[in-house]
Design a protein around this ligand. Structure first.
Ligand SMILES: [Cu+2]
Length: 256
């Protein structure tokens, strides 16, 4: 045992370990019974299209065109995907696994506000959905069930667009997801003072969104910041393509 301190010889009482947390159905994205903001966001009318069909198809309530990088019908067939969360929920108002019943106050992502007004207040023009996927028994980690060494192309953003990135965690671990080069404006109810982050932890069974201003042209690393997961393949390239290249943003909604 070792003690860190500002001078040699200092000793302190070793704090008691927290109780080892037990994961639940909610951590498998199978929450059915709990109330809160999550259920108001569900579209029950589309549930019978199968797992996550409600999230993937057609315009969302804000009129965004939703563009899953990989439809969930393909997801579940991939060997790197042991579980597809049937009912992913927002967990922004939870402190995290193991902190549910601690006696002290805990801060959550829902509590965070930016001190400054957000620089880009546009509503996103489209939504890109990325699934966090795993087969833990085989130590396979990926986005959309495809490890980085096997992806066929980058996730494309267009210069100047405001894009909503929605992350769905189908695994039973929290993942700190990191994008280089641009901020995540966390969609947490903060209005024009959303917290701005480079890395956001997505809890098991959680679905969350961040808005991004794609204002830096180039190829940017996008990966889980647990580096073992990154090395196993939970990594992609976000390619911000210059204006005038590829499909202009204003036309994208027309194809849906
Ligand atoms: Cu990870």
């Amino acid at each position: 045992m070792a003690t860190f301190g500002p001078e040699p010889g200092l000793r302190a009482e070793v704090p008691a370990l927290r109780t080892v947390p037990t994961l639940t159905m909610k951590d498998m994205g199978m929450d059915h019974g709990q109330g809160g903001m999550d259920h108001r966001r569900m579209d029950h009318s589309k549930m019978d299209h199968g797992a996550m069909g409600h999230a993937e198809h057609g315009p969302d309530p804000h009129g965004l065109s939703v563009q899953p990088v990989s439809p969930e019908s393909q997801l579940s067939r991939r060997p790197g995907v042991a579980n597809v969360a049937a009912m992913p929920v927002s967990r922004l108002d939870e402190a995290g696994i193991g902190l549910e019943n601690v006696p002290h106050r805990t801060l959550t992502y829902a509590d965070l506000r930016s001190l400054d007004r957000n620089p880009d207040l546009r509503h996103p023009g489209r939504e890109v959905v990325v699934h966090l996927t795993s087969n833990m028994e085989r130590y396979m980690w990926s986005f959309d069930g495809v490890k980085f060494s096997e992806v066929t192309g980058p996730i494309v953003f267009h210069e100047g667009e405001r894009v909503r990135l929605t992350l769905v965690n189908n695994t039973m671990m929290p993942h700190p997801i990191h994008l280089h080069g641009m901020f995540f404006d966390v969609v947490n109810g903060g209005g024009d003072h959303k917290p701005r982050k480079h890395t956001i932890i997505v809890k098991p069974g959680e679905k969350l969104s961040v808005d991004i201003s794609a204002d830096h042209v180039g190829d940017w690393a996008f990966h889980c910041h647990l580096l073992y997961h990154m090395h196993a393949g939970m990594m992609q390239v976000v390619s911000v393509q210059p204006e005038g290249q590829g499909q202009p943003q204003s036309h994208q909604g027309a194809h849906h």
